[in-house]
Design a protein around this ligand. Sequence first.
Ligand code: FES
Length: 109
Amino acid sequence: MIDEDWHRVCRTTELGDEEVTQLWIGDTPLAVYCIHGEYYATSDICSHHGANLSEGYIEDDMIECPLHQGCYHIPTGEVRKGPACEDLPTYPARVEDGWVFVQYAEDNE
Ligand code: FES
């Protein structure tokens, strides 16, 4: 049952350090990050005006929104700079056999 909620994202070699990629699960876009060898996943939708954070800029462990430069802490999803206004949902990520997986239940919402 739990395994059904794990979604394959990409090979680890396809997501370099301080890079982000987008993964759609059903109608939901997630942002998946590699930060100093660790993998993280958050909602891809900025809480301010809905920009895709996977098109933003990573600095250290923060993602900056490409539209109005709001910032979030990637591991926790916490807002660190406005105008982003609500923390991001975060999701577990793991590596297995060279692949990155994210856990997301489609009935999450
Ligand atoms: S849409 Fe992200 S800060 Fe405005």
